[in-house]
Structures are given as structure tokens and as C-alpha cells.
Design a binder for this molecule. Sequence first.
Ligand code: SF4
Ligand code: SF4
Length: 319
Amino acid sequence: MSDSNRYTPDPAQMALWPDASGNDINGLNETEFRRPNHVYWGNPDVITFGEVQKWFYTKNNTPELEAGRIARRKVEQIPLAPIASTPVEKSAQDWTDAIKAEATRLGAEDVGVAVMDPDWVYEGWDVPFTSILVMAIAMDYDEMTAAPEPSAGVEVVRQYTRGMDLSKQLASWLRDQGHDAQPEHGPFADGMTMTPPAIAAGLGELGKHGSIINCKLGSCFRLAGVLTNLPLIPDAPDVFGAEDFCATCQVCSKNCPPDAIMLEKQIVRGHRKFYVDFDKCLPFFNEHAGCAICITVCPFSRPGIGDNLIAKLARRASA
Ligand code: SF4
Ligand code: SF4
């Protein structure tokens, strides 16, 4: 077990802490299913942790991080293409092949498709689309090994911005062909949580550290997507043994300074799954530009090591 005494939250941040638990908002220990609530990276005037979220930006404001945010705002301001009046017609298979090829051409390192499930949509929101294409946007592993230094946060901002750019370009590509489409990208994903659709779309398994483990990128990536009403053909989840591997690995939990990574699966809104203690993680995350230690130390994220692990798991599965 890690030494939880090695980190003491900054009192300035804790003075802004709401009289609430993020774990309660997330539905930890709730046995009945309900839709998720928006707990973080939302409108700070609406979400419970809004004052703490504002503090993040006062704490993490190196010139490099600020430059990254300026670049992100420029991409945010690019308008989507209007929806062309004459829709291009193709079969579901042809559209699926075409949109995946376009996402790959634009630079996504992995792509998958899922049928939209209303269970992924935040309570009080509506996402009126039937399909989602999810993209994995790789982060540079060497840059991320600096985590939790701000330079790793700069790489996270850079890749979120690339994901936003790709998702907007892809949405415009569909709109140019006469089909409504909406970009979805972090960190401020509108209306829905991106992890469940990414798992459904075959981008990987949920790791003990609460992030997806992808068979090519480990956990060294961010998510972006595009919502559409085209009848795309969904992918199947990619179960390659990562979750089983987590059962006996504790690399992330031992390296988490606030000891936030729970060793056993928890019941969260009716589902049993790996879970990170939000109330323990967030203070450290906020003080360290988004932290990212857990996803960087995960052996699946290490180039060379992750590939070998996956080959070993595949051999074990076929033995
Ligand atoms: S982001 Fe940092 S603080 Fe949060 S769970 Fe991962 S290692 Fe722990
Ligand atoms: S570090 Fe180990 S336990 Fe944690 S997510 Fe990665 S494989 Fe799973």
C-alpha cells in the first residue's frame, strides 16, 4: 500500500472544497442503475466542484500551459461546416469504412464505432444521435513521463486540442456530405461521459486506474468522438486481458500519491467496476496540472513493454 501521509492537500484549495462528496455524485456504493451526473470539467457555475475547478487554473498557469490553452481556444472558435442540402447516400458498411478511414487520415491513432446508449448521457442532458465514432488520440510517452510536472500537463492540453480539432474536422466532413454531426471532445465533453462508448467501440478495457487500456497505446491517450445519425456498424469490445492483469498488478495504486486508486472493484450506479476515489484524487490532480502519474506508470503505456505484455496475454488466452 502507498503511504497516504506523503501528500497533504493545499489548504487554499481545501478552503474552496464544497460540502459534498464527488464519490456520492458519481454513485459509489449505489446498487441501482441511474444515469451519471456531471462531476467535473463542466460549467463551473453549475457543477458542485466549480470553485475547485476554477482554482485549477489559478494553480496551473505556467506560460506553456497558458499557451496551450490559447491554442485550444483558437480551435474552439472554428465553426462547423453547414449541413449540405443534398445528402450523400451510402450503405452502412460504406459509411462506416469511410468515416473510419477519414478519422485515421486526420491522425487518430485508433478508432471504433458504438451504437449510442442513453445510459451514457448525463442526467438532465439529451444527446439526439444514434451512433458515435470514438477516436484514441495518442500522447507522447516521453513527455508524459514527466508527470506530475506541468510539462506533462502541457502534453495533455496539446492532445486534447488535437482531439478537438479532429472531431470538429470529422463532424464538418459529414456535414459537408449532408449529414448532421456533432463533435465530442475532452476535457469538457458535452452531455455525456466518453469512457463507456470508447469501451463499447472496442478501444480497450477499463483499468484499475479508472482509465481505458488500449491494446496499442496502453493508457497514454485521450478520447474524442463524433456523433451522427448515420446507421454505422458498431465494433465489439476489445477484451484482451488487461482487466484480468489489473487484478494482480498494483503499479498505479502504489504510485498514486494520495492513495486514491481502489484495489478492488466497487459498485457504482449498479455496476461493479474499477473505481478511483474522486475525493482523494482531485486535490492532487488539481495541484499538479492534471497529474497523470497513474496512466503513465501503467506498464501497458510503456512502448516496448506494453506490446510484449499484450502478446503474452494473447499467448496465454490461446494456450
Ligand atoms: S490522477 Fe494522480 S492522483 Fe489521481 S488517481 Fe491517478 S495517480 Fe492518483
Ligand atoms: S498499472 Fe497495473 S493495475 Fe494499474 S491499470 Fe495498469 S495494469 Fe492495471
